[in-house]
Design a protein around this ligand. Structure first.
Ligand code: BTN
Length: 268
């Protein structure tokens, strides 16, 4: 039973048994003026989109595939943080498993990826900005081998499912319910803070969400590889800054700030 206030409630829920990409459909709906809180769900995508132009392939009927329209007043890096935390929290609620986040927003169990997030921003016909928060979670089935379409060329990233991680099937309906509840409650806090100058100055909700996100990052303290297009950097992930950028200590001793790219853990 969905007990969110407006995420996915009533005509805010769009379900199609199959679609090219829920992010593409949500983007069209938002461009045509759909309000925030509209959630597009499907059983399977024929052209799922991953980060940095990659494809995202699912096992039909086994995944949670959702795209939520938001019209945030806060910066995009807070979207990355609250969405990945909501996935981690929904996994804890439904499987009792402690998932972690690989910077910036891949969700892992152990060193295997169970969920990916794609956030896209644009403007509608009247010039209002919006964001689409697309979340794909490998829920049931058995993906013990790397899924080629969820891997990054040149980096090792094995994938798994929640079922493999916790040893039993997980209800996708229950997962979506918990996911939308966690997303909505953090979103409302961030939105409230962004609209209230006093709360904004104090920044307690965003600080709390940033700290929780930072604490869930499995990336910090590790030797990592960062792939940015054709170039590869490696070093130790020392920390993240207040905007969520990753601070990498390169083997040369230089410290660089990473704003985008894919991370690999060479030891896995
Ligand atoms: C990644 O890890 O590269 C991000 C994957 C994001 C996949 C989700 S599934 C729902 C939404 N619709 C899409 O086409 N992509 C996102």
């Amino acid at each position: 039973q969905l007990d969110t206030r407006f995420f996915g409630i009533g005509n805010h829920l769009v379900f199609l048994s199959t679609v090219d990409s829920t992010n593409v459909l949500a983007m069209q709906l938002a461009q045509d003026g759909s309000e925030e809180g509209v959630v597009v769900l499907t059983d399977s995508q024929t052209a799922g989109k991953g980060r940095l132009g990659r494809h995202w392939v699912d096992q039909p009927g086994h995944s949670v595939i959702s795209s939520t329209i938001l019209r945030p007043f806060f910066p995009p890096y807070h979207l990355i943080m609250f969405a990945s935390l909501a996935v981690v929290d929904a996994i804890a609620d439904t499987c009792g498993v402690a998932a972690t986040i690989k910077w910036p927003n891949d969700v892992l169990v152990g060193d295997r990826k169970v969920a990916g997030i794609l956030i896209e921003t644009s403007r509608d016909r009247s010039g209002r900005g919006f964001a689409i928060v697309g979340i794909g979670v490998n829920v049931n089935g058995d993906f013990t081998e790397a899924i080629p379409s969820q891997a990054v060329p040149g980096l090792t990233q094995a994938a798994t499912t929640l079922q493999s991680a916790c040893g039993h099937r997980v209800s996708r309906e229950f997962f979506i319910t918990r996911l939308l509840q966690h997303m909505e409650s953090s979103y409302l806090l961030l939105q409230q803070e962004a609209q209230d100058p006093l709360a904004q100055a104090y920044g307690s909700s965003s600080r709390l969400i940033r700290e929780r996100w930072r604490n869930q990052l499995s990336t910090l303290g590790r030797t990592i590889q960062v792939r940015q297009g054709d170039s590869m950097l490696s070093g130790i992930a020392e920390d993240v800054d207040e905007h969520g950028e990753l601070l990498l200590r390169c083997h040369s001793g230089d410290r660089v700030s990473i704003t985008w790219g894919d991370i690999g853990y060479p030891t896995q």
